[in-house]
Design a protein around this ligand. Sequence first.
Ligand code: ZN
Ligand code: ZN
Length: 413
Amino acid sequence: MASLLDNLKKYAKLAIQTGVNIQKGQPLIINCPIEGAEFAHLLVEEAYNAGAEDVRVEWTDEVLTRMKFEREPMRILENFPEWKVQMLNSHVEKGGAVLSVYAPNPDLLKGVDPKRVAAANKASGQALKKYRSYMMNDRVQWSIVSVPTEKWAKKIYPDLAVEEAMDKLWEQIFRITRVDQEDPIQAWKEHNERLRKAREILNEKQYKKLVYKAPGTDLEIELPENHIWSGGSSLSEKGAEFNPNMPTEEVFTAPHKDGVNGTVVNTKPLNYNGNLIDKFSLTFKDGKVVDFTAEEGYETLKHLLDTDEGSRRLGEVALVPHNSPISQSGLIFFNTLYDENASCHLALGEAYPTNVEGGPEMSEEELKEKGINVSINHEDFMMGSAELDIDGVTKDGKTEPIMRNGNWALDME
Ligand code: ZN
Ligand code: ZN
């Protein structure tokens, strides 16, 4: 059996070559929690091997993050540091790529005043708008991968000892990201090919509307004209193929921001910046959330919805078959990167301009006119299950099954 270190090396190589696909001479920022230091060292080594230049790691430390939210005065939380904005902007402006190692502790900010968290999120969202637009528009390559941390592993496996929980989570991550396969890079090529087929079929269809039915969910989502389904790999402005998410099992497009009506309930908990929101429902009228409930995290959900005008509207509709490998694990990961790829999902907030023809060249006003939502939030939430049926309504009014009992009903061959 391959040792942990062997697999870590394979994983790092996969993240650098298939994830961000770093190019010769390209700068790279790696965001990483201090608990993932060993993995970060391997990533940097692989980045240099691939010819990257000016590689820097931005460390995050959960203990300090929590302390900051508890101890800093509000006027500091409300003001995102200008020097950091300049540093990040200058990186993407010179064409730098961004690789984020995402390993959130779902209970990190439990008990912290949601008002303080919301203020800080709003400040960073506004300050980093330009920086984020480079990723939302695929101008530079970007990618997100996860590594286990002790707190996260214990959240998934509360009954196991820490070490055992960490081993189990690594095992899942290696399986789900195909690192346990002989040649993971080749396995991802084949996987991307399957996702490309699915998105091409949906692009051809150009459905006018999607109709969702599941216990508690009865929702209609209009799609904008000339919408584009994405999924699997993307192309950067300079033509480098990269995978924004590892794992990824979804194909997704933008909903019409004014064309959502009905009610949806979540099927897996949402970890929103260190707080859990669960057992919630959203009711839409003409695209806008007009009513909502939540048994857990009501205040956090309220702050999320009230961040800005676009936070009450949808910015993504994603299809993931219920028989995806992540779903097969039967686990709830409390990590959106994993849970969203086990379940059909929607996102509140900003849509990807790449999901409509000509979108990346449009101004905010032009995007809105096309029905593409604009916001400083983009928050996926899971609403798929084995009981979800989705129909597509064609331009000439025909209704076709897209998904039945959570799996593809369209011919995907
Ligand atoms: Zn998604
Ligand atoms: Zn999303």
